[in-house]
Design a protein around this ligand. Structure first.
Ligand SMILES: *[C@@H]1O[C@H](CO)[C@@H](O)[C@H](O)[C@H]1NC(C)=O
Ligand SMILES: *[C@@H]1O[C@H](CO)[C@@H](O)[C@H](O)[C@H]1NC(C)=O
Ligand SMILES: *[C@@H]1O[C@H](CO)[C@@H](O)[C@H](O)[C@H]1NC(C)=O
Ligand SMILES: *[C@@H]1O[C@H](CO)[C@@H](O)[C@H](O)[C@H]1NC(C)=O
Ligand SMILES: *[C@@H]1O[C@H](CO)[C@@H](O)[C@H](O)[C@H]1NC(C)=O
Ligand SMILES: *[C@@H]1O[C@H](CO)[C@@H](O)[C@H](O)[C@H]1NC(C)=O
Ligand SMILES: *[C@@H]1O[C@H](CO)[C@@H](O)[C@H](O)[C@H]1NC(C)=O
Ligand SMILES: *[C@@H]1O[C@H](CO)[C@@H](O)[C@H](O)[C@H]1NC(C)=O
Ligand SMILES: *[C@@H]1O[C@H](CO)[C@@H](O)[C@H](O)[C@H]1NC(C)=O
Ligand SMILES: *[C@@H]1O[C@H](CO)[C@@H](O)[C@H](O)[C@H]1NC(C)=O
Length: 812
């Protein structure tokens, strides 16, 4: 028992480690990680590893981030000569062997950020000739390697280093790094900087600097850094900066001297005075972009003290997530004509703006692009901002007021109607729910985004000039207007049940219909669009009918008329129940389901064919005759029982001596020979010597009751006759009529129990001449002696005698 438990425990542990993607390797105790995908990307992130695990040596990407690795030894990364990306972010690596990365000839990206490296060694990177990106951020080293760490990295394009512990940057630290696209330096606590350290890197596309400490405590140092990295082509991003007073903005003089064009701030805290000082410092500099994200503005917007400065080249202001501490005292740029006359683009996103006074709008004479998305504008204040529909913002082409608490659709249409050049209007994420039946718009309007509003109907309000219309994520069920110029239509996230008719949009090229309630769509729907090229219709409530499944599988595979540009997994069946959730591309429907009519027709056809075959077979085997016979026999049996009861076995019943059964073709014989001989016996009629008592015969021609069924007549004739004479001949055998008689008599004979049947053979007929199915006749022929009609006259008296003898009554 104990063994069993320990055994299952081991198994459990093995399983657990397998699930985590870990396995202990027997040889040297190194763990291994098997979480590699088909692209040879091994994601061993969050695996709890304390050493570098083993993966396939074919790996191209190895993600070891967020583990507990403390050490990278000489052998840990041996053999990974194909590895392109190595991510060791977020471990506790303190020691890396000097030749740990030597085998990684193909390494392009190395991430060592957020570790415990106290020193960097130039030897680590000496073999990484193709390294393009190196991240050394947030390690506790206070300086880079005493020798150049990056000497051999000729291909390096992106470099990130620094952290809270970085204290000094010495001339030569970045020796060898000469061409970079991006440089990120976290140097919030930098205390020593040798001028020129960063100066040799050129051209630099984008530099991000965190220089909180220097800007606060040693502006000389900050100035020295800025002097080294400022170039007209370089976008400078300064992070974590607190600008107060005249002193803290002085470093920008260096940038101003270099005539920088773009500057961007992130996590900035700034006062009115510092802004004024900054504007003064950058007076006359050809700055075209000023971007501020995540900033805190203290002050009232009183920047007009800088009104003598020249900022004619300002093209774009970008403000995002900026908190204005004294928002209600804010003067809203009323005196800032010297700044606001110039820009063509202004973005104030998520800054709590509730109004932009008409006066301010009037200043923005060059503005082409205005983005006030995610603010607090209302119908009332947007009217003010757009000067109540009077002429303003004459150059405006793009207006984005997405994400504001706006409600009246007619207001916005009236307000923008006078913007003579407006082409793009983004009023998405608003509270518009009602669309009036008529609206006015600028004739130039081409792009309209009303997604994520609350619209329930679309009216003719929308302008005919539209080329792009986004109505996604509303409450729409249909769209009835036609837009002749429309190229792109977005209808995802509504309640459409069918595709809109393509004839309404003769120019449409792109259509999105995801997350609606479409049940099916087909070739005809798509063909109604003349120019549609791309359609996204996944995530709908598809009913997987055969037509639809075949159509869609063809479209997805062959590309059909229109390209379905969303992933094929997004097309899933909603019904029938057994297919629910299955991807349409995987569904296999049986022929029975798909070609029901054909299937039923074929089945019926086959059944009919076999039925016919059976009928022919039965006919050939005379089964019908047998059935008819059996039926008649049963009927006869019943009626005979009844009659017999009724008549109490009365002999009076027997009114004939014999019933004569014969074929019509043998009638002459019966009439000419049999009847005269038996019914009117005379000396003349035959050469018999003595006279006989006449016998009464029953002939169907003569004695059958008209109006009764033949079968009944036959039955009654047989029953009322003491004997039955069968006149057998070829003709008899071929006549159905006679067969009945034979059969009834047969059962009667058995019932009556006598030798009531008398067979007369008119012509020589052997048993074998009788068809097999007349088994009764054959039986009768073999059991009963029969009389043969002699051809020679002189033997006939003998024949008649025998016949009379056979017919003789018991009481005679
Ligand atoms: C592999 O790479 C291809 C192309 O880059 C990509 O489409 C596919 O999704 C990747 N497969 C996996 C499992 O990541
Ligand atoms: C590895 O997985 C984590 C989530 O566990 C993910 O964040 C990371 O991007 C993945 N890495 C790669 C290279 O795909
Ligand atoms: C890493 O190890 C430390 C202590 O050894 C432990 O507290 C921590 O949870 C481990 N982290 C992970 C991700 O395994
Ligand atoms: C600095 O690096 C060069 C080659 O990169 C080497 O020759 C020299 O010895 C190194 N100096 C020190 C002090 O490590
Ligand atoms: C400011 O930085 C410069 C350049 O690194 C240095 O020489 C100077 O001593 C620093 N001043 C203070 C007060 O730390
Ligand atoms: C923003 O900068 C301040 C210092 O000015 C710093 O304390 C804070 O951590 C920074 N915040 C972020 C999110 O970087
Ligand atoms: C700011 O400082 C600079 C030099 O340090 C000086 O020339 C300028 O007058 C000062 N500006 C104000 C507004 O104090
Ligand atoms: C600049 O602003 C001052 C007030 O701060 C004002 O007196 C002066 O007329 C303004 N100059 C220009 C050119 O607007
Ligand atoms: C308007 O702003 C939103 C959110 O900031 C953005 O997603 C959208 O693309 C912008 N629209 C235009 C036309 O630039
Ligand atoms: C419309 O606006 C939404 C939300 O702002 C955005 O996600 C979407 O991309 C925009 N549509 C188009 C066609 O630009």
């Amino acid at each position: 028992m104990g063994r069993l438990t320990s055994c299952s425990l081991t198994l459990l542990l093995l399983l657990a480690s397998l699930i985590q993607g870990r396995m202990v390797n027997g040889e040297d105790g190194r763990p291994s990680c098997s979480r590699c995908d088909l692209n040879l990307s091994c994601n061993c992130s969050h695996g709890g590893f304390t050493q570098v695990p083993m993966v396939t040596d074919q790996a191209l990407i190895l993600d070891l981030s967020f583990n507990n690795i403390t050490l990278v030894t000489q052998d840990d990364l041996m053999g990974y000569s194909r590895l392109r990306v190595l991510n060791l972010h977020g471990n506790r690596i303190a020691v890396i062997h000097t030749s740990a990365f030597d085998a990684l000839w193909s390494l392009e990206e190395l991430d060592l950020s957020d570790n415990q490296l106290k020193t960097l060694s130039y030897k680590w990177f000496k073999k990484l000739g193709v390294l393009q990106q190196l991240n050394l951020l947030n390690n506790p080293y206070s300086h880079l390697s005493s020798n150049s760490s990056f000497h051999g990295l000729v291909r390096l394009r992106r470099l990130m280093f620094g952290g809270p512990a970085l204290k000094e940057l010495r001339r030569g630290d970045l020796l060898g790094v000469t061409e970079l696209d991006e440089l990120t330096v976290h140097a919030n606590n930098l205390a020593r900087y040798d001028s020129g350290t960063l100066g040799d890197i050129w051209p630099l596309g984008h530099i991000t600097l965190s220089l909180q400490g220097p800007f606060l405590t040693n502006v000389t140092l900050a100035a020295a850094v800025l002097a080294d990295i400022s170039y007209p082509e370089t976008l400078i991003t300064l992070e974590d900066i607190h600008l107060i007073g005249n002193q803290s903005v002085q470093p920008f003089r260096e940038s101003a001297k270099k005539r920088i064009r773009q500057i961007s701030f992130r996590n900035l805290s700034v006062s009115d005075e510092s802004i004024v000082d900054f504007l003064v410092v950058t007076d006359g500099v050809p700055l075209s972009l000023i971007s501020i994200k995540d900033a805190q503005l203290t002050g009232e917007g009183r920047w007009e003290k800088a009104n003598r400065t020249d900022h004619k080249s300002i093209d774009e202001f970008f403000l995002q997530n900026t908190v204005i501490l004294d928002a209600f005292k804010f003067t809203a740029f009323l005196q800032l004509g010297f700044l606001l006359n110039y820009p063509r683009k202004l973005s104030i996103i998520n800054c709590g703006v509730f109004v932009m006074p008409c006066k301010t709008s009037r200043m923005l004479v060059n503005l082409q692009y205005l983005d006030l998305s995610s603010n607090l504008l209302t119908d009332l204040t947007i009217a003010e901002s757009l000067c109540h529909g009077q002429e303003t913002l004459k150059q405006l082409r793009v207006l984005n007021i997405s994400g504001n608490p706006l409600k009246s659709f007619s207001t916005i249409s009236r307000m923008v109607a006078k913007l003579p050049k407006l082409t793009h209007l983004d009023i998405s994420r608003t509270g518009y729910n009602l669309m009036p039946s008529t609206c006015s718009w600028p004739v130039t309007l081409k792009y309209l985004n009303i997604s994520r509003a609350k619209l329930t109907t679309i009216t003719d309000c929308l302008p005919q000039s539209l080329e792009v219309l986004d109505l996604s994520y509303n409450d729409l069920k249909d769209i009835s207007l036609s837009l002749p110029l429309l190229r792109e239509l977005y209808l995802s996230g509504n309640k459409f049940q069918v595709l809109p008719n393509g004839q309404q949009f003769p120019n449409l090229q792109t259509l999105t219909m995801q997350f609606n309630t479409l049940n099916v769509f087909g070739l005809q729907d798509l063909q109604s669009y003349k120019r549609l090229e791309s359609l996204q219709a996944g995530y709908n409530k598809f009913i997987c009918t055969c037509d639809f499944v075949h159509f869609l599988q063809f479209e997805l595979k062959e590309g059909g008329v229109v390209k379905l540009t969303d992933s094929k997994d997004s097309y899933a069946c909603d019904s029938p129940f057994q297919l629910k959730g299955g991807a349409v591309s995987e569904v296999r429907l049986s022929i029975v389901v798909c070609h029901q009519v054909l299937f039923v027709s074929v089945c019926c056809g086959v059944a009919l064919f076999f039925g016919l075959l059976l009928c022919i077979l039965l006919w050939r085997l005379h089964a019908f005759w047998y059935i008819k016979m059996t039926w008649a026999w049963l009927k006869a049996k019943r009626s005979s029982h009844k009659q017999r009861k009724d008549t109490m076995d009365s002999e009076a019943l027997l009114s004939f001596d014999a019933f004569v059964s014969y074929s019509e073709k043998d009638a002459s014989w019966v009439e000419n020979f049999l009847v005269p001989e038996l019914e009117e016996p005379s000396e003349g009629s035959s050469r018999s010597t003595c006279s006989y008592q006449p016998l009464s015969l029953c002939l169907h021609k003569r004695d059958f009751l008209p109006g009764h069924a033949i079968v009944d007549n036959i039955i009654s004739a047989i029953e009322h006759s003491r004997h039955t004479i069968f006149v057998l001949s070829e003709n008899f055998v071929q006549s159905d009529w006679c067969r009945y008689e034979l059969d009834f008599s047969h059962f009667w004979l058995f019932d009556a129990g006598g030798d009531a049947a008398i067979l007369i053979l008119l012509e020589p007929l052997s048993k074998d001449d009788v068809p097999k199915r007349f088994c009764k006749l054959r039986k009768l022929m073999s059991s009963t002696t029969y009389l043969e009609w002699p051809q020679e006259e002189d033997r006939r008296p003998e024949f008649w005698r025998s016949l009379r003898k056979a017919l003789k009554r018991d009481d005679d």
